[in-house]
Design a protein around this ligand. Sequence first.
Ligand code: ADP
Ligand code: TRP
Length: 322
Amino acid sequence: MARVLTGIQSSGRPHLGNILGAIIPAIMLSKDVQNEAFFFIADLHSFITIKDPKQLIENTKATAAAWLAFGLDTQKNTFYRQSKIPEVCELTWYLNCITPFPMLANAHSFKDKSEKLADVNAGLFIYPVLMASDIIGYNADFVPVGKDQKQHLEMTRDIAISFNHMYGNTFVVPEPIIDERVMTIPGTDGQKMSKSYGNTIDIFLPDKKLRKVIMSIVTDSTRIEAPKNPDADNVFSIYKVLASETKISEMHSKYLAGNYGYGDAKQELFELILRRFQNEREAFNYYISNQQELEKRLQEGEEKARVVIREVLLRVREKLKF
Ligand code: ADP
Ligand code: TRP
């Protein structure tokens, strides 16, 4: 059995882009009988940017509820909060001390973020080392990530290989799984949907609020009667990633025929989201209002995960004679 592991930052409530681009594909991987998945909420990483504990907890709960709502099987797999297993911080220290400073200083993500963020803290700098500990601390074989995480995975491999070289075989050297085919889901303004652009669709919002978000999708000012170009419109491009072939071609024809307004298309998109995600919306609300159930599922995962990292740490301490 291969161990597939990935971390999910709790930087906000998951949106349609996260769901279609990350949550659904990862849950599919976890269902493969050949795989056993370790999925965790990277709340220690989120603390680098989110300093309000209340907000961090809310985000963590919403993120966990979304994964459970989309059917993550927590019996077969291991689902946990990174911060509840502080052993990962001990491992991070050992790895810090064998990680060359220039490797971290030259990381794209550090260079990029340290120019943009007002708060450039030491956590941001050692981010990739904590990520390496997340992975090699749990003997991961495969790590599904987005393209933006490629360099972090290379660093993880470098760190594992150099530790194994210095102290003898200790860590499993993981392989990244980077699916280049995952489409980029557009946001309400047509750019990539992202929390940082404020253009997200939160499918878990109550009906009225969700409808308001859908109605705010940016369109041009072509009059209702006039024919419209579906391929240049944001409502249609979001509809396309969710609807069936038949429904897509029906809407395509309506745009071309005229007498069909953007408001009509938005209403259809809204109803489609309600229908398509009805079960997940209900399950999400269930977990949000049954915190004990959510907590129980996470704690069970944390017990399983703790056993694994403790065993790895024993190996490391033995090698280092601590
Ligand atoms: P955000 O840009 O909203 O902060 P993250 O960077 O936290 O999102 O992404 C979390 C996961 O969701 C990553 O695996 C990323 O590839 C995926 N993801 C985020 N936005 C999109 C999108 N618009 N389309 C497809 N996948 C996305
Ligand atoms: N850095 C990842 C991201 O921003 C989140 C993450 C933290 C992670 N630790 C990890 C991903 C370990 C995979 C494995 O998306």
